[in-house]
Design a protein around this ligand. Structure first.
Ligand code: SAJ
Length: 438
């Protein structure tokens, strides 16, 4: 049987049955894109509540509407299950499982290894497999392929097809979405690339083929390492400008007038999120195993993880101007999500700022319109309800996440002292005796 030709035909006539393994902020939008382009899609996730929500025609992802889900479920193009055995009857599967870090800072590959074991159980001739989870170069070949070939006796590129295609989902973004963001893809063999590229081209606007899974894996790591290092660089620039008595925000705005050869990044209280602080460490971890030290990554990571303490030192400076000690002072943290206008707390620097302030005896409260409560490493807090009075009552307001919904003019009017770590106040914060800027 020529499985290459058979799959290409099934992708071209949309008769292929697709599975998406992992229905999070990457997997669910991808399932919807494939389903809306005419494929029958079965989403697989171990969390029953997600499966039940989807099968009832509702979405739990900000970027996907209930109507999109209910239309696809009603038309039979989308269903969800916790039963992995459906993999034995599908033609193709995209793997969108988490790749976090362990507490030690090493990659946690447990989700990918678990998927590899599952695939071993259900792999069959004529199956196309694409790994989308961000990981170190070599994962697809070393962890997935090895297991599949060992046990199944099937030949990759003839009986089954394996590729890597990095996810480029930015939750909440409306201009660049799953369907219109160029999608890089690299196969274990040329046939693997041909089959998976044909599949993805049916539903995505632009597919960018590369020569191997390692190139595709490394492409994603370059993208996010680029951001992490540049953010680290401007964070160190903020520290240098502080020593020099120069306004770092004015410097960056002036540099950003250069129409070429410059890309604006801004300093802040630290680096949050489930991508930027984590993905580059997959690369440095892999290189360590090859006896190479990825110095840029390690230095940027050191600077970025030091920024919450630096933000606390600016709060101490602000209190010092009022002849107050941090111990016993009341501090309101404004915004705790890891970046503005979202509801995601993962790796947020605000959590470290709160921990450090509490360790120094400060009385800490917070407000965030997107995060009603925090339960993290022993910190249990609720967002204050009466923001206006809290701002007036505390010794210092620290703007940690500059959500657009705040009335910064009112905050500037009512607060006794403000530490602005995001230049949220703009020029109104400059040379203002009650404002300390990063
Ligand atoms: N940050 C700064 N200064 C900056 C930019 C970001 O301190 O100049 C901080 C943010 O406050 C946040 C962290 O860095 O704490 C990460 O911010 P981010 O803007 O990189 O946002 P993420 O983590 O949501 O990154 C995602 C990534 N998307 C994918 O991995 C598919 C990233 O590649 C995107 O470039 C980014 O969104 C984006 O541009 O929004």
């Amino acid at each position: 049987m020529d499985y290459t030709q058979k799959l290409i035909e099934k992708f071209n006539d949309r008769s292929a049955h697709i599975a998406i393994l992992g229905l999070g902020y990457v997997g669910l939008p991808l399932a919807v894109v494939f389903a809306e382009s005419g494929f029958k899609v079965t989403g697989i996730d171990p969390i029953t509540s997600k499966v039940d929500t989807l099968n009832s025609g509702e979405s739990y992802i900000f970027d996907i509407s209930n109507k999109q889900i209910s239309d696809l479920v009603n038309s039979g193009h989308l269903s969800a299950t916790t039963d992995f055995s459906v993999l034995s009857e599908v033609d193709a599967v995209s793997i969108c499982v988490p790749t976090p870090l362990r507490k030690t800072g090493d990659p946690d590959l447990s989700f990918i290894l678990s998927v590899a074991d599952t695939l071993q159980e259900y792999i069959h001739p004529g199956l196309a497999i694409v790994l989308e989870s961000t990981t170190y170069p070599g994962t697809t070949r070393e962890l997935i392929l090895q297991r599949l070939c060992e046990e199944s006796g099937l030949n990759v590129g003839e009986d089954f097809f394996l590729a890597f295609s990095p996810e480029r989902v930015d939750p909440g973004r409306e201009d660049w979405t799953t369907i219109n963001t160029p999608k890089v893809i690299g196969g274990i063999t040329e046939n693997c690339l041909l089959v998976t590229k044909t599949w993805y081209e049916q539903s995505l606007e632009q597919v960018v083929p590369v020569s191997s899974t390692e190139v595709a894996e490394m492409t994603k790591l370059l993208e996010n390492t680029f951001r992490m290092i540049n953010i680290g660089m401007v964070n160190e620039l903020a520290i240098m400008c502080d020593r020099l008595g120069v306004d770092v925000w004015e410097v960056i705005d002036a540099a950003a007038t250069k129409p070429f050869g410059f890309m604006k990044f801004q300093p802040g209280p630290g680096l949050g999120g489930h991508c930027i602080p984590i993905d580059p460490l997959y690369l440095s971890w892999k290189l360590k195993s090859l006896n190479y030290s990825a110095r840029f990554i390690e230095l940027a990571s050191e600077i970025n993880t030091g920024m919450p303490r630096y933000a606390v030192s600016k709060i101490q400076d602000a209190l010092n101007l009022q002849k107050k000690s941090l111990n016993g002072s009341k501090i309101l943290i404004l915004g705790v999500a890891y970046k503005l206008d979202i509801d995601d707390l993962r790796e947020s620097p605000a959590l470290d700022v709160i921990i450090y302030l509490k360790q120094k005896g400060a009385v800490v409260s917070y407000h965030d319109p997107y995060i009603p409560s925090i339960d993290h490493e022993g910190i249990r807090m609720k967002s204050v309800s009466d923001l206006e009075n809290e701002i007036k009552a505390v010794d210092c307001v620290a703007i940690i996440t500059n959500h657009s919904s705040y009335d910064y003019d009112q905050i500037l009017k009512d607060a006794n002292m403000i530490v602005d770590t995001r230049n949220a106040l703009g020029d109104k914060g400059k040379k203002n005796p009650k404002v300390v800027r990063l």
